[in-house]
Design a protein. Structure first.
Length: 127
């Protein structure tokens, strides 16, 4: 077996609307509605499915917990533009800009928290 790409991941959230507002209005992800009242976020060819804690769709992780995720989103803008955008939205930058190694290239990254406390790295490729 040789997996080719990530299709989706799941975030367990406390407040669906707060999560949607943050990812849509601050980070610019598109909101998806599918299945029986399911919600997700679209980015490129991947998606993030959203489950409300205590109301997970089965099967689910063994211990679904809001705030336990740590992931990186890649942007096309320079990190300086990302910092200004986040400041305009009142988002606290926990760390950065700092240089990191991404899958395909070095990154200049900043780290923020979503409404559940998940760590979200926003990385801009260094060309």
């Amino acid at each position: 077996m040789k997996p080719a790409r990530l299709d989706h991941l799941v975030l367990t959230v406390r407040d669906m609307q707060a999560t949607i507002d943050f990812y849509e209005n601050v980070l610019g992800l598109a909101v998806l509605s599918f299945g029986e009242n399911r919600k997700g976020l679209s980015l490129g060819e991947q998606k993030i499915n959203l489950h409300v804690a205590g109301e997970e769709f089965l099967p689910c992780a063994a211990r679904p917990t809001p705030g336990s995720a740590d992931f990186c989103l890649i942007v096309e803008q320079p990190v300086e533009e990302v910092v200004e955008h986040l400041k305009r939205h009142g988002v606290i930058i926990e760390c950065g800009p700092v240089r990191r190694q991404g899958t395909l290239s070095p990154l200049m990254s900043v780290y923020i928290r979503d409404p559940d406390g998940n760590l979200v790295e926003i990385g801009s490729p260094v060309l």
